[in-house]
Design a protein around this ligand. Structure first.
Ligand code: SF4
Length: 90
């Protein structure tokens, strides 16, 4: 069962995401409220990337981030800079 917290934690704008991103229900970041996915330091970035490595929906998340050109934060196990590189190659 999904709680409102699950949907809100994932989206920085606090907009329910289930219609657009049904996979977000399984997002590992919804279970780690102490980890920021919009990191301000390298330590915070490493913590977020570590959570992504065990996330069952990492590919869906990355695909979404690239398709929607998410400019900020860690998505799909990649930083902003890493996603920009992939986008330029594609
Ligand atoms: S890949 Fe990372 S940012 Fe994306 S849903 Fe999973 S834990 Fe969250």
């Amino acid at each position: 069962m999904t709680t409102m917290d699950d949907t809100l934690r994932f989206d920085a704008l606090e907009v329910p995401v289930l219609d657009e991103r049904p996979w977000a229900v399984f997002a590992a970041c919804t279970k780690t409220p102490d980890v920021s996915f919009f990191p301000q330091t390298k330590d915070e970035e490493r913590a977020a990337l570590g959570i992504c490595t065990i996330c069952p929906v990492r590919e869906d998340c990355l695909e979404h981030a690239i398709e929607t050109r998410e400019h900020f934060g860690v998505w799909g196990g990649l930083t902003e800079k890493e996603r920009k590189k992939i986008s330029r190659l594609g």
